[in-house]
Design a protein around this ligand. Structure first.
Ligand code: F6R
Length: 585
């Protein structure tokens, strides 16, 4: 949440920062701003998405080769120009951007207010600029000391990027929010995510929890929380700039849906042995995740039961107190970003109880990788659209690989490698899904149903539709309809019935008939002729080995949500009120 960028080098900072901000706009897009240092600090900021702001503001008029920028997902204070970042102190010489939440906001506001500071915004961030101004007085003009004193004073989560008039340095710090350093040729960057500057460098330094860094023209220094210099060598990453571009697709979401024919194959080659060894030693298993990743957790729970005969617990990150963790627990935390605050809190809670942690993530060097005893990278490449698509199928492929390795099922492991061909076959029929949208886009309420392992797939299909098309969608284990939800069915309400021809199919067909008897209309996503025959609309799935079908069955549901959003005039890449990488609890 919130994209932040800092630049120091020979180039025009405003141009470099603007380009970088566009690439991390998925982190927040209700307002944005840039500040550069000249003879004085100049700031340009406004409410809206970057493309809208640019129509009203000429960022290129900002001269200077040091600067910082921000794209916001509002927490403190409504969305308006005053609350947009960057923020400054009373003198206008200290300027900063922030991602996170300052928890001792009220106390700081009172203390600084009493000292005579005047606030221009309602944000918690601005207080930090005034705190630095105050600290600078007691530090007798030593800004580095003022900076480290400030870090001791603020409570909560943050990544900061800060600069000061007349100094060719940028100060950065992180705690429970991401911040990386990019090392270019004669230039240095701060960014909340690597895609911001992938076209300029692939050399990154991953700051540890509660670490700080100071960038200068000559390079970077890293410090621990107490302000003691420490060493953090850089790492080369194999993500390419093309991976973070649309490459001819109208939206990142569509590009990422189509990429799955390749990412499913890539993820099937991931090494899971460490994770498997951890699981073999465990007395009990808990799976922790949020949102889409939680639905992957539910599929994994199902697989552990069906393929390995192992009972596991799936815990929503924010509900970690409902989980039981102890020294015998292996907790598997699944998170695309590796930065989800709810998931990380659950992981810390589980660790505190003595559990071992396996992290399953897509992002190299993310916070989860630092908390985990073993990490598996799912290998989906950068996911730029706010909603998860390719990361979900990559999570599933990796989780299947773990379960099948644990169960010693060699033949099935080989089949996992061949799935990408089926994905390609389904995606090649995207036009059939698009045609369905003509009628479905007139509907307001949707019910997704599935049985067994298709229930989490129904949940994920409904979540996609809610997130990007803003339509009311619910998902049920199909057998649950008769226990209450059937009363909501009216003439023409769409039921999306999902499932392949397995032991649950006869009952799913019965559930569909029950819906039809109440005049609901059915879209069947299935390979089963009996279910397809019952349906008003159909998406006939190709034959997929039954065990793996859930990985493939989500594809038409992703396409359905995408085409619905486009038909209804919504931006599927930047859904309202959401942001990628949810770093607040
Ligand atoms: C849905 C979506 C979210 C995330 C959730 C967890 O499309 O993207 O529900 O799945 O916020 O995020 P990660 O996986 O980064 O922990």
């Amino acid at each position: 949440m919130c994209g932040i960028v800092g630049y120091i080098g020979p180039k025009k900072a405003s141009e470099v920062i603007l380009e970088a901000l566009r690439k991390v706009e998925y982190r927040g897009y209700d307002s944005a701003g840039i500040a550069v240092s000249n003879s004085k600090i100049e700031i340009m900021k406004d409410a809206g998405k970057i493309a809208e702001i640019e129509k009203r503001n000429d960022f290129s008029s900002l001269q200077g080769t040091v600067g910082i920028g921000h794209t916001r997902w509002a927490t403190h204070g409504e969305v308006n120009k005053q609350n947009a970042h960057p923020h400054t102190d009373c003198t206008g010489t200290i300027c900063l951007v922030h991602n996170g939440i300052i928890e001792n906001f009220a106390e700081l506001r009172e203390r600084l207010g009493k000292l005579g500071h005047k606030f221009k915004s309602e944000t918690d961030t601005e207080l930090v600029a005034h705190l630095l101004e105050e600290n600078l007085k007691t530090a007798k003009g030593d800004f580095k000391k003022a900076f480290f004193d400030m870090l001791k004073d603020v409570e909560g989560s943050y990544s900061f990027v800060i600069f000061r008039q007349g100094e060719r340095k940028i100060y950065g710090a992180r705690k429970s929010c991401p911040l990386v350093i990019g090392i270019g040729k004669g230039e240095m960057f701060f960014a909340s995510d690597m895609p911001a500057v992938l076209d300029r460098t692939r050399e990154f330094v991953f700051l540890g929890e509660a670490e700080a860094a100071i960038l200068s023209d000559g390079g970077y220094d890293v410090y621990d929380a107490a302000g003691k210099k420490t060493s953090r060598p850089s790492k080369h990453v194999d993500w390419t700039p093309q991976m973070a571009q649309k490459e001819g697709y109208p939206h990142f979401m569509l590009k990422e849906i189509f990429e799955q024919q390749a990412t499913i194959r890539q993820s099937s080659a991931v090494d899971v042995n460490w994770a498997v060894n951890e699981l073999k030693r465990a007395k009990n298993i808990s799976i922790i995740a949020c949102g889409t990743s939680y639905y992957a957790a539910l599929v994994f729970k199902h697989l552990l039961a069906s393929e390995c005969g192992i009972r596991a617990d799936a815990v929503i990150g924010s509900e970690f107190r409902s989980g039981v963790f102890d020294k015998g627990t292996c907790a598997i935390a699944i998170s695309q970003s590796g930065e989800t605050a709810d998931t990380l809190s659950a992981v810390r809670f589980a660790k505190g109880k003595g559990a071992r942690i396996i992290g399953i993530t897509n992002v190299f060097g993310s916070s989860l990788t630092r908390e985990a005893d073993a990490t598996v990278y799912i290998g989906a490449g950068p996911e730029i659209a706010v909603v998860a698509t390719k990361s979900f199928t990559s999570q599933l492929v990796v989780l299947y690989k773990i379960a099948l390795t644990l169960a010693g099922k060699k033949k099935e492991l080989l089949q996992l490698h061949d799935l990408s061909g089926v994905a390609e076959a389904v995606l090649s029929k995207s036009g059939d899904v698009e045609k369905l949208v003509g009628e479905l886009a007139k509907k307001k309420d949707f019910f997704f149903i599935g049985r067994g392992v298709y229930f989490p797939i129904a949940l994920e299909g409904a979540l996609k539709l809610k997130e990007i098309a803003y339509l009311h969608a619910e998902a049920y284990a199909a057998g649950e309809l008769k226990h209450g939800p059937l009363s909501m069915l009216e003439d023409g309400v769409p039921i999306i019935a999902i499932g392949n021809f397995d032991e649950n199919m006869v009952k799913l067909v019965t559930n569909v008939k029950e819906c039809k008897a109440r005049k609901a209309r059915v879209l069947a996503v299935s390979d089963h002729l009996g279910l397809l025959a019952e349906a008003d609309w159909k998406f006939a799935m190709p034959a997929v080995p039954g065990l793996f079908a859930p990985i493939i069955y989500i594809l038409p549901l992703q396409l359905l949500a995408y085409y619905m959003a486009v038909k209804l005039g919504k931006d599927p890449d930047k859904p309202r009120n959401l942001a990628k990488s949810v770093t607040v609890e």
